[in-house]
Design a binder for this molecule. Sequence first.
Ligand SMILES: Cc1cc2nc3c(=O)[nH]c(=O)nc-3n(C[C@H](O)[C@H](O)[C@H](O)COP(=O)(O)OP(=O)(O)OC[C@H]3O[C@@H](n4cnc5c(N)ncnc54)[C@H](O)[C@@H]3O)c2cc1C
Length: 520
Amino acid sequence: MNREETIKLLKDQPDKIWDFLVIGGGATGLGVALDSTLRGFSTLLLEQSDFTKGTSSRSTKLVHGGVRYLAQGDIGLVLEALRERGRLLKNAPHVTCNQSFIIPTYSLWKTFFYAVGLKLYDLLAGNLSLGKSVVISKEKVIKSLSNIIPKKLTNGILYHDGQFDDARLGINLAESISASGGFLANYIQVKSFLKSPSGFWEIQATDIETNIEYSIKSKSLINATGVFVDDILNMDKKESEPIVKASQGTHIVIDNSFLPGIDALMIPETSDGRVLFAIPWHGKVLVGTTDTAVEKTELEPLPLEKEVDFILDNLEGYLIQSPKKKDVLSVFTGLRPLAKPSKNTKASKEISRRHKLIVSETGLITITGGKWTTYRQMAEETVDKAIEVSKLKPSTCKTVNYRIHGYIKNTDNSSLSIYGSDANNIFKLINSNPVFGEKLHINYRFTKGEVIWFVRNEMARTVEDVLARRFRILFYDAQAAIDMSEQVAEIMQFELEKDNDWKNNQLLQFNNLSKGYLLK
Ligand SMILES: Cc1cc2nc3c(=O)[nH]c(=O)nc-3n(C[C@H](O)[C@H](O)[C@H](O)COP(=O)(O)OP(=O)(O)OC[C@H]3O[C@@H](n4cnc5c(N)ncnc54)[C@H](O)[C@@H]3O)c2cc1C
């Protein structure tokens, strides 16, 4: 992954005609660019910020069929997601895992109801099932979830789903694109485009770091910009009908003493009729999420006080020692790019999580909605459609069994295991200089050498890129991230050959941003 290489290509070969230009480096865009690259198409992906800066680093981290969608009767969606869940766990075992969940039940009728539903869930997963769901006794629930309130508890249902690190998977997809011959760059924003009389797209994009503009040509143009798809549709045709309705989801992260053990807790009925998960993640517990319709679409949405209260209040009904605001280590919010329903009255929790693939009159292809879990399927459909629309050479999808960068079958529990097959090279780099092995924080394993790795190999450009989406620490211990920021900035300043102004500016920006991850 080399940003300079991509930029050099844009400078040196302005007349190059790409087969695919993908706008957006979240799950959807990265999936599309990998699919088209593997089919042999010349592909360029441009991301205006960092890869997965948008919704794709702010998910609940579930690779799931969606138990909730089953309750809504959307069997087709569940089937598709369960199939993709199985494939993702096989193709990226280093960033995914099989996670057990316990649903506590408070009446025999509810036990029966959830047990039947989850049996159906197992059945739909077929041979890609991650393990059978079983009814467990009250005693077993208390043993597994030692902080659960035992009063009125009758039983529990134990079932399995997948879990992952969303931003790390995003980086691995980017590395896969690059390793397969595709090109990509972060911090390049698409500003405008039009269809030339010769039938090619002519795209104007700006390097956010230097303000240099590039003109790029492509046979097909893919709009994979999540909640921003309407902005791109407006570049294609002014005052286009909006197709996305944004819905905000907030998570909090708390210490694992509130949920000791290996099982996740699934609260099946919250006060607003949804589900709430409390899941072990990076040694902490991630709890979420909410569903709040919002008008504004932005890259750094902020949690609302009522969302945090909602999560804490719902936990209070289940946990003996329940967390208070002071116990929240980090809070983060993402925007769901939900397909706008034709009737405005539909509540966002009822809007289908299915994806939407749209071909504009001009041939611009827009893909939005869906889930991280189904990104591969969405990409396959998008590339198939682009081949048809732009009359490219037909070619079949290659991603069903494709091993994503970092693939390693038996991951151990070592501190570098999240890097999969890269762990060996990172270990070598760390050991090449005693300074590289120095830790960045007393409570965490992170070393200086990893920051150097991120800059040299994973296109990390800012302090935020490192702390939010490479280490993930901003998402689970915001104060620790702030404590590490100065050292990270210094290492990056040296690696990127920047001056002191750059470093001071980075620290200022990161400090402002990190305030949004801490509760006041
Ligand atoms: C709260 C929440 C919880 C979720 N939990 C789960 C879960 O547990 N499991 C699951 O499977 N799914 C989950 N999802 C859904 C999943 O996260 C999303 O479906 C997915 O991340 C959407 O990815 P995307 O690439 O479409 O959008 P994004 O990740 O937002 O990517 C779009 C990108 O386009 C870029 N962009 C915009 N305009 C331009 C431009 N002009 N030029 C260049 N780049 C541009 C943006 O910077 C952005 O990075 C959750 C979603 C939310 C909000």
